[in-house]
Design a protein around this ligand. Structure first.
Ligand SMILES: CC(C)(COP(=O)(O)OP(=O)(O)OC[C@H]1O[C@@H](n2cnc3c(N)ncnc32)[C@H](O)[C@@H]1OP(=O)(O)O)[C@@H](O)C(=O)NCCC(=O)NCCS
Length: 199
């Protein structure tokens, strides 16, 4: 995938950032960013149940990089939303030093564009409606859906990339993505243990 370059206002102190496919070499920096953004309890969050032991959807693990450093991340995951194929988005995070510069919006826009290109019908997430509404997300189509754990109903949001893709979607959202091999899971645990802030 070609990197998408975005210019940032001169006052930000960085001239540009790129949105590109995540690389294996990004994983340690990504995990450090997620620890800093969501804290120690992040692995216990309900949405993590949709990601445990799974690979992200093809081409849908993205990194925002500036001056060779990772400063933003978003990934999307295959799920079944009560029997309807969809993607679950998350976690989305931008380094505190680079927030309010449009990096989050650039990650979201690129992720949704790629999801549509890959013919996915809908994207679901658990997040703040005041932020995600700008990308078309709302709770209109999620009223009959459930997550595998506690969640706040008004934070379960979705956007349809194909008309009526979530029509009739009702029941539990469960992961359906390809499983990570045992060896890769052990490697990931090793990275987590070697990081100072690992959750
Ligand atoms: C949410 C997050 C990804 C936004 O990244 P970002 O690069 O700062 O986003 P953008 O620059 O595209 O947009 C910034 C705008 O969104 C607003 N915003 C950020 N988080 C928001 C939220 N939770 N609710 C409402 N608005 C929010 C900012 O106030 C800012 O508004 P402004 O443009 O009027 O100044 C980033 O703040 C972050 O990583 N937060 C910690 C992790 C997190 O909460 N992730 C999302 C889970 S719901």
């Amino acid at each position: 995938m070609n990197a998408v370059l975005k210019k940032i206002a001169a006052h930000s102190g960085i001239s540009s950032f790129a949105i590109r496919a995540e690389r294996p070499s990004d994983v340690a920096a990504r995990e450090t960013l997620l620890d800093a953004s969501f804290g120690d309890g992040r692995h216990a969050r309900t949405c993590q149940r949709l990601r445990d032991g799974r690979k992200p959807a093809e081409d849908l693990a993205l990194a925002a990089v500036s001056n060779g450093k990772l400063m933003g991340t978003v990934r999307l995951w295959h799920v079944s939303a009560g029997g309807v194929a969809a993607l679950a988005l998350g976690p989305l995070a931008v380094a505190a030093s680079h927030r309010k510069l449009g990096v989050g919006a650039a990650l979201m826009e690129r992720a949704l564009e790629l999801a549509q290109t890959h013919d996915h019908g809908a994207v679901i997430l658990l997040g703040d409606a005041p932020y995600y509404a700008r990308f078309g997300f709302s709770a209109f189509k999620t009223g009959s859906l459930l997550l595998p754990g506690p969640f706040e109903r008004d934070r379960l949001l979705a956007v349809e990339l194909r008309e009526a893709a979530l029509e009739g979607a009702s029941g539990l959202i469960v992961p359906t993505g390809a499983r990570v091999s045992k060896m890769r899971r052990a490697h990931a645990r090793g990275i987590a243990r070697s990081m100072p802030c690992a959750a």
